[in-house]
Design a protein around this ligand. Structure first.
Ligand code: IPM
Ligand code: MG
Length: 431
């Protein structure tokens, strides 16, 4: 399969990762609807889809912004969770890109904004207010910025911004996190790796997202010799099998290679991953080139021979760590998008970077990871492949035009601001 520029993960169907053979058309039907034949559910206390712009109400945590819908036009409801730090700046550019897609391709998007993370804690006392969760459940897809920051960093606090994100992933059943890594030729210099190592890099990490040590029981106690703490890492066969099947399907649609990353020489959970994955590949995907690798070795090989990887499947925490490392191949954390998918078409799309409080509010944040996440949203939740490619092509075009933020600017190149980059992408989105 030939892929170019920022053709990221090519998913064989447009979402519905838990259902092999789930067809693109049935997914589209799920999201589709015309003005008169489909009463979309009330997304939130913020208002009903289809209300006139003037009917926009603001509540404690959900704000709905409505557009006009033409006869027969499909409307997609997108819940936007800006979050903390640079989150609001980058999601604004993601929305700009979606609006441009709407205008050029004739789609209607209804955006509703809701609180998450530190911003939600400040406003409501919790990191994931019930109205936010309801707005996400009712949406075609969710676009998220980032959560967290020094203001809410007290390790003794019982309420933490990250609980919002983890709670959302769990509540929505988004067990498969796709993190594609490609290297634009013009950004090779932005990477700390030698250029020859980056040639041909095109990998996809499929990170398990709702299990493992992130969600196991957490305990804290005090013994005679001081305090103790414990985080349980637990996986069931079913949790492993469903994400492995997603990764194997993706490997089949790409270059046909699957790498399981684990720590089977030490961890019992990894030994379960090894046996479940081996059996699935042998029984259902014998056509794939399959290998397994210990996570410490993988951390090394990602720098030594990154072009050898195609699809990596791994558990929650290993995937978190390895994708920050892998982002350096692409030149910047600001370049890596992600898609979190479950059994249906609905998904959560977010850049892999954090809230970067040190540069928040300064217009320095790179919006491209968020805009590339919008491309994944179009592809996986809405089934709009040409639109996804148009966004990816526009991102490539702004990189080629040299309109980029400081993190990926070349020496001597003046950095552009977050919104200038976002405008430049939006302008270049063509049908
Ligand atoms: C990520 C982030 C999150 C994670 C944090 C913010 C909880 O690092 O999405 O990679 O660890 O999953
Ligand atoms: Mg992370």
């Amino acid at each position: 399969m030939v892929r170019e520029g920022f053709a990221l993960a090519v998913f064989p169907v447009c979402g519905g990762v838990g259902k092999p053979g789930f067809s693109a058309s049935s997914d589209r039907e799920r999201n589709a609807g015309s003005w008169e034949d489909k009463a979309l559910p009330d997304p939130s206390p913020g208002g009903r889809v289809g209300e006139k712009a003037g009917g926009c109400r603001k509540t404690s945590s959900v704000r709905a912004v409505h557009g006009q819908l033409r006869y027969g036009q499909v409307n997609y409801t997108i819940t936007v969770l800006p979050g903390d730090g640079i989150g609001p700046e980058v999601t604004a550019e993601g929305v700009k890109a979606l609006r441009a897609v709407g205008a050029r391709f004739g789609h209607s998007f209804t955006f509703q904004e809701a609180l998450i993370g530190g911003a939600a804690i400040d406003a409501t006392g919790v990191a994931l207010p019930p109205e936010t969760l309801a707005a996400c459940r009712a949406a075609s897809a969710v676009l998220l910025g980032a959560v967290g920051g020094p203001r809410w960093d007290d390790p003794r606090a019982s309420v933490r911004p990250e609980q919002g994100l983890l709670g959302l992933r769990k509540e929505l059943g988004l067990f498969a996190n796709l993190r594609p890594v490609t290297v634009h030729p013009l950004l090779i210099e932005a990477s700390p790796l030698r250029p020859e190592r980056l040639e041909g890099v095109d990998l996809l990490v499929v990170r398990e997202l709702t299990g493992g040590i992130y969600f196991g029981e957490k305990r804290r106690g005090r013994a005679a010799d001081g305090e103790w703490a414990s985080d349980l890492c637990i996986y069931t066969e079913a949790e492993i099998a469903r994400v492995v099947r997603v990764a194997a399907e993706l490997a089949r649609s790409r270059n046909g290679k699957l790498t399981l990353v684990d720590k089977a020489n030490v961890l019992e959970t990894s030994r379960l991953w090894r046996s479940v994955t081996g059996a699935i590949v042998q029984g259902e995907y014998p056509d794939l080139i399959y290998e397994w690798m210990l996570v410490d070795a993988c951390a090394m090989h990602l720098l030594r021979r990154p072009a050898d990887f195609d699809v990596i499947v791994t558990e929650n925490m290993f995937g978190d760590i390895l994708t920050d490392e892998a982002s350096m191949l692409a030149g910047s954390m600001g370049m890596l998008p992600s898609a979190s998918l479950g059994a249906g078409a609905m998904g959560l799309y977010e850049p892999i970077h954090g809230s970067a409080p040190d540069i928040a509010g300064q217009g320095k944040a790179n919006p491209l990871a968020t805009i590339l996440s919008v491309a994944l949203l179009l592809r996986h939740s809405l089934g709009l492949e040409p639109e996804a490619r148009a966004v990816e092509a526009a991102v490539s075009a702004v990189i080629e035009a040299g309109i980029v933020t400081g993190d990926i600017a070349r020496p001597g190149q003046a950095p552009a601001s977050t919104s200038v980059v976002g405008d430049a992408v939006a302008e270049r989105i063509v049908a």
